[in-house]
Design a protein around this ligand. Structure first.
Ligand SMILES: *Cc1c(COP(=O)(O)O)cnc(C)c1O
Length: 478
């Protein structure tokens, strides 16, 4: 923001101003000794500033001669350099209350998984080496058995993400043939995953049946012909049709498909191993229930409700999974060793069903009672109340957290937030200052208040968050 220096050009011509711009080497001479940053970085910042000034003058923007002074340029350099040396990929504080927040990195990995990642990253491993036989092994074997034991599936495979999983299954089992799907399930997820588009790309022919709000078994029945490859069920994830609605239960689709010798695939989206209804969330079918219902292939994300790394898990009957494994496309969509390490660690945690609500961060945040969130909010309040007394009104308020990741979209979890009504800044300025802080804080504005839902803030982040808030009001201006 350069409002403070918007003096008119005061008679100086463009030519005169351009002549005030120092040469690159001169500018470098001013700053070279003040920093240990790599010379290439210093040079790029210097060049960037000079070019920006030149373009501003040529573009007729009001540039004051003082903005081209040595002091002004050196100050700007220090600011730009500091920003350039910060990594682009940074830690943020998630005050949105959306637990599986796609834009903020979805699931957080537990300590156990992080330890595995560090090990596997820094040392050689048996990624594709069978230690028993001494021969080449398969990377999938590291997690396949665990997945089968946990879910009851016959076979398993993991690829880069669920979008890849859906694409791969369709391409393997249905390219050039028809896939029957309900009109009520032609969903678009986030950015660019749309069932009709994925279907088209896979080479399968989509056959829509039923109506937007109601689809019946007889609709599927009528669509089956000699060119049908499979029946597809898609979890509608991020939307819900309410009112006069009906979808065919998976078990009925399985029975119908069985009569015709066709497979049934379900894209489960979030794919949870545990029933979350005891925390007040709507009952969703678990992966185990879907497998038990006789689905031939089911796919889901590793980093949504499962709480692991980004991955697409494919489970099902051995004959189909083996075919999918042999698809050359599988090689292009394969997961890396970090994903495998994180996924194996997460899966192992699931064997201890009582502990997962403590050990897996996604499940821990979802299952946290309102009172626990409230206590955290009050702790933060105590740390900022005095320092900010003159600057803003703060209370702890009732809010609703969201699961995120397209799971139970219409449902909120009762939660508690710090609600700030700034007095010395506008609420938009506060939001911006926090977002641009060196530890960025992401909250939301609602009814003129800035809200920080404390469900998605870790206990260990409270002190840092308090400092960010205080700095936003009384710290150095950016
Ligand atoms: C989230 C989702 C996907 C995409 O999964 P990614 O892991 O993000 O690739 C596909 N289908 C459904 C139903 C989903 O909810």
């Amino acid at each position: 923001m350069s409002e403070q220096k918007k003096k008119p050009v005061a008679g100086r011509s463009r030519q005169e101003l351009l002549r005030l711009i120092p040469k690159v080497d001169e500018f470098l001479g001013w700053v070279a000794d003040s920093t240990l940053a790599p010379r290439l970085v210093v040079k790029s910042v210097v060049r960037g500033i000079l070019e920006e000034r030149r373009q501003a003058i040529l573009g007729g923007e009001p540039v004051a001669a003082s903005e081209l002074s040595r002091q002004a340029l050196v100050e700007l350099f220090a600011e730009r350099l500091a920003r350039k040396l910060e990594p682009n990929f940074r830690t943020v504080i998630n005050g949105t209350g959306v637990v599986v927040h796609t834009n903020l990195g979805r699931s957080l990995l537990p300590e156990a998984a992080m330890a595995m990642l560090l090990q596997v990253g820094a040392r050689y491993s048996n990624l594709e080496f069978d230690l028993e036989t001494g021969k080449r092994g398969s990377r999938y074997s590291l997690v396949e058995e665990l997945l089968c034991e946990l879910t009851g599936a016959e076979a398993a495979l993991v690829v880069n993400n669920n979008a890849a999983a859906v694409m791969l299954v369709l391409e393997t089992l249905a390219a050039g043939r028809e896939v029957v799907v309900s009109r009520g399930q032609l969903v678009e997820i986030g950015g660019s995953f749309r069932i009709p588009d994925v279907m088209a790309k896979s080479g399968a022919i989509m056959v829509e049946v039923g109506a937007t709000n109601r689809t019946h078994l007889r609709d599927y029945q009528a669509a089956i012909n000699d060119n049908t490859a499979m029946l597809l069920k898609v979890h509608t994830s991020n939307f819900k049709v309410i009112g006069f609605t009906s979808e065919v239960p998976l078990a009925e689709l399985v029975a119908l498909a069985g009569e015709s010798g066709l497979p049934v695939m379900e894209d489960l989206g979030s794919g949870c191993f545990v029933d979350l209804s005891r925390f007040g969330l709507a009952k969703e079918p678990t992966v185990q229930e879907v497998v038990a219902a006789g689905v031939d292939v089911v796919t889901f994300s590793g980093d949504k409700l499962l709480g692991g790394p980004q991955a697409g898990v494919i489970l099902g009957k051995r004959c189909y999974i083996e075919k999918i494994k042999r698809n050359p496309m599988n090689r292009a969509l394969r997961i890396d060793k970090f994903t495998l390490a994180g996924l194996e660690a997460i899966l192992r945690l699931y064997f201890d069903e009582e502990d997962i609500f403590a050990t897996i961060p996604t499940l821990a945040m979802l299952s946290q009672p309102r009172e626990v969130v409230d206590r955290r909010a009050r702790r933060l309040l105590r740390q900022i109340r005095k320092p900010l007394a003159e600057h803003c009104r703060v209370v702890v308020a009732d809010v609703e957290s969201r699961v995120g990741g397209g799971a139970v979209p219409e449902q909120g979890l009762p939660s508690r937030a710090l609600a700030l009504e700034p007095l010395t800044l506008s609420v938009d300025q506060l939001e911006r200052a926090l977002r641009l802080a060196s530890l960025p804080v992401i909250g939301r504005i609602e009814d003129g208040r800035y809200l920080l839902d404390m469900r998605t803030v870790a206990d260990g982040e409270v002190a840092a968050l308090a400092r960010c808030l205080i700095d936003a009001f009384v710290g150095r201006k950016r």
